[in-house]
Ligand binder design. Structure first.
Ligand code: ZN
Length: 54
């Protein structure tokens, strides 16, 4: 029985323990599955990356 119908607005989050590549903060959940090669950013740094245009 599937009970996630009607919950479409909720994204799956991946739980774990990672370190932000920018500030070193602990990251405990991500909206995507990390592949271990790309740098990971905490929410603050991720937002800063998005804001930064280069
Ligand atoms: Zn950070």
């Amino acid at each position: 029985m599937e009970d996630n119908q009607g919950n479409f607005g909720q994204r799956k989050m991946f739980q774990g323990q990672w370190t932000c590549s920018s500030c070193g903060a602990e990251i405990t959940e991500l909206p995507f599955e990390p592949d271990g090669e790309r740098p990971l950013y905490c929410r603050d740094c991720h937002r800063a990356q998005r804001d930064k245009r280069s």
